[in-house]
Write a protein that binds this ligand. Structure first.
Ligand code: T46
Length: 142
């Protein structure tokens, strides 16, 4: 596993295992990604031009992987903003709770797999941008 330096969040390149049958990539909680996995969901069949997300979290950490197709993720941690391209099943984007994120430019075949550190809790979402700034503006952990 090789870590790629990234200025706002962690983009990890996971090893691809392959043989004459094809390819296999493994992600293990607390090993290849820095948290225990308690929930898995995937986003697919996203309509053209749709942008999703528009939130940060209080405690949930997440790992995003495009297992098919590609999409982009806009990130804002109150100090820096950037865009990440997810275009390979071996690229894993780690989102910290203080990463405001928006997913966009989904290819028609995109399947975005998300591994989350916590079970679903609607109270864990910060969906108001001003509230996000207020909560994280003095945060020193990035
Ligand atoms: C995130 C990005 C990357 C549930 O009932 N349980 C779940 O575990 C999830 C993830 C969603 N839902 C419900 C809540 C909404 O009624 O599914 C509906 C769609 O969820 P949402 O509008 O939050 O979807 P996105 O694409 O904006 O965000 C999702 C995750 O919710 C979020 O945690 O970080 O993907």
């Amino acid at each position: 596993m090789k870590k790629v330096d990234y200025d706002i969040s962690k983009l990890i390149e996971i090893e691809e295992l392959g043989d004459e049958r094809g390819l296999l990539t493994v992600i293990e909680g607390n090993k290849s990604i820095p948290f225990e996995i308690n929930r898995i969901f995937y986003i697919y069949n996203t309509m053209t031009g749709i942008r999703r997300g528009f939130h940060a979290h209080y405690k949930t950490r997440q790992a995003l992987i495009c297992v098919s197709g590609n999409c982009k993720v806009y990130l804002d941690n109150t100090k820096r903003k950037t865009d990440v391209v997810l275009d390979s099943p071996t690229k894993v984007l780690i989102l910290e709770p203080n990463d405001w994120h928006e997913m966009y430019d989904f290819s028609p075949d995109c399947v975005l797999l998300v591994l989350a550190s916590h079970l679903y809790d609607s109270e864990d979402y910060i969906r108001d941008y001003d509230k996000f700034i207020e909560v994280y503006k003095n945060d020193t952990v990035f």
